[in-house]
Design a protein around this ligand. Sequence first.
Ligand code: GLN
Length: 510
Amino acid sequence: MSSFDYSALSVDDIRSGLAAGDFKARDIAEAALTCIEAADASINAFLQVTPDAAFAAAEAVDAAVAAGKLDTLGPLAGVPVGFKDNMNLLGTRTTCGSRMLENYESMYTATCVQRVLDAGGLPMGKLNMDEFAFGSSTETSAFGTTKNPWDLERVPGGSSGGSAAAVAAGMTPVTLGSDTGGSIRQPASFCGVVGVKPTYGLVSRYGVVAFGSSLDQVGPFARNVRDAALALNALVGHDDKDCTSQPCSTDFTANLNEGVEGMRIGIVPVFMTAEGLEPEVGEAVLGAIQKLAAAGAEIVEVDLPNAAAAMSAYYVIGPCEAFSNLSRFDSVRYGFRDPGHADLGSQYEASRSGGFGAEARRRIMLGSYLLSAGVYNTYYYPAQQVRTLITDDYRMAFGECDCILAPASPRTAFKFGEISDPATMYLSDIFTISINIAGNGGMSVPLGLGSDSGLPVSAQLICPWFEDEKMLRVAAALEREYGAAPIAPSYADLTASSGEPAPSSDLGGE
Ligand code: GLN
């Protein structure tokens, strides 16, 4: 094996290195484990590292390469991938960042995870998250916070904080996260990486622990747009086990180099003047608009008159669906059981109170109230009507433009404990939530570092239903202006500095 700088490798670099015999998939797995050990002692992105599964997958890739069959391997051949811990992978625990599932062993493998494995990916482990994906900072995980690789005193965003931080620190080139109201795009923005929430229905949700079934969607994190597009190629398509999943034969890499000449990019004026939008984020997004205009795009203003109601609709629909989905954790069939109760009622009560953290309990109680007789017509029904209005707004807007550009998050990464009031935390998602409500695709694209904070800032791109290749094309154009996402500076030479492995953050069972 010749030496190589693992953290700097893109998905294409790994493939060409395998083809040229520069390294084997086994070497890549080893380098990834070394990086994870070195970086994760300070970051805590991984809840579980899976060396055996990674080496087994690497062996299969190496055998195919040795037999001259690299071409038969999928787009992620030899690529280390981490999975948010709400995705089942046989042989691992799937904790959802919750005491409730602390000891839950996956009984099968989620379709999205299986597709990564089928595409030749190396499964490196399971990543930290806000409990059951409720949150915007990964602070609600029962297994400790994940640190932002750009500043260890700051949150990585959430709920897919572990997935974003692992990529930003160079531990793996690709991870998967899930996004119900912004949980891929906001942490991608806080950590300065690419994060894609595909159109609802592009990726199967089978085997991903449900939060809000009509809102949840799985997508990739990566340090460049092409890596994310290659991961999407592996992930998408119909799955018999999820009736909302759609057939898809798009090659998401096909038009990345076409540029934006002649494309109509929509901007939403009320987003740009929204309360709470930090000036440095607003400036960066305006800068991106100018660059797209200079590259030949036509900039048009579009109106989303009902988008302001998205937050209210989401905090009705989301908790109602979460309340229903989380009722399965009853301490009998699944989850933590408080021992020694003589009657079922007190067992339920003690187990659910003990197993769920404060934010999960808040969502469950809210959903239970909102769906109760008499209250349903006041909140849930109007929230669904608002949903239709917002969906129509996007449909109309996309009559006038090919892709919308907006901020991803109103601000850069905040400090641990800085936001303690739930209502303020919920505002983290003001620019992302309406997209889940309408089902469109959305993604975060890094725009470099903010002029005040020196922390990563991003733009969000939003596409018409099932036209995700359009937003990737615009993202690639922005990437040519701003460069691919760098690894956070303190972790940039991880491969070189990882001689002395630090203790891993494994929960203990691997
Ligand atoms: N931050 C939002 C929430 O707490 C979104 C979460 C998500 O997308 N999973 O609901």
